[in-house]
Design a protein around this ligand. Sequence first.
Ligand SMILES: O=C(CO)[C@H](O)[C@H](O)COP(=O)(O)O
Length: 209
Amino acid sequence: MAKLQVAIDLLNIDDAIALATKVAPYIDIIELGTPLIKSEGLTGIRKMKDAFPDKLVLADFKTADAGELEANMAFGAGADYITVLGATGDSTIAGAVKAAKEHGKGVVVDTIGVKDRVKRAQEAIALGAEFVELHAGLDEQAEDGYSIQVLIDEATRAGVAVSIAGGVNLSSITAVKKSGVTVAVAGAAIYGAKDPANAAKELQELAMA
Ligand SMILES: O=C(CO)[C@H](O)[C@H](O)COP(=O)(O)O
């Protein structure tokens, strides 16, 4: 059974909260996507956590430096998780982990742009990350020949707690879940659906099957 995370890549917090209200019954983790955080800042995190105090809120900071400082900012605003780039140095991850321990929260390391995602995932878990996102970002997904299967294969051999992000949808969720992920991340498959609540419900049913 995998948890389901909705990645909200909208630009307006009121729209994001309206979407989260529709899908919350089927979702474990509400992610404020990087564009949403750049648009709305820490106030957006506060508003989302205030609206959903019983849900886990993930701030997709994609932190590249000043790990402890940025993690303190995110956790202080109410986030339960912050993302830190796997491509950055170990000390940045370690700094964010230090802040997470002080707040009783968690660090998710995002492997976007990392060549050897499995090796970096194992290193990140050793540094104290709660789980690692095996991630093909929106640009990589748009490249010719992209298939989520590469992430599914990596999850199968990672041997550590991972999520998959990058094209999780109703067609791929069963294979994603079977790969043993801790969390399946779905963005466009939910916020771009005609009926986001129904899309989230169907994804959750398959993630739990
Ligand atoms: O973090 C992200 C981009 O950097 C996206 O939220 C993540 O890739 C989700 O993608 P999708 O919409 O394909 O589910």
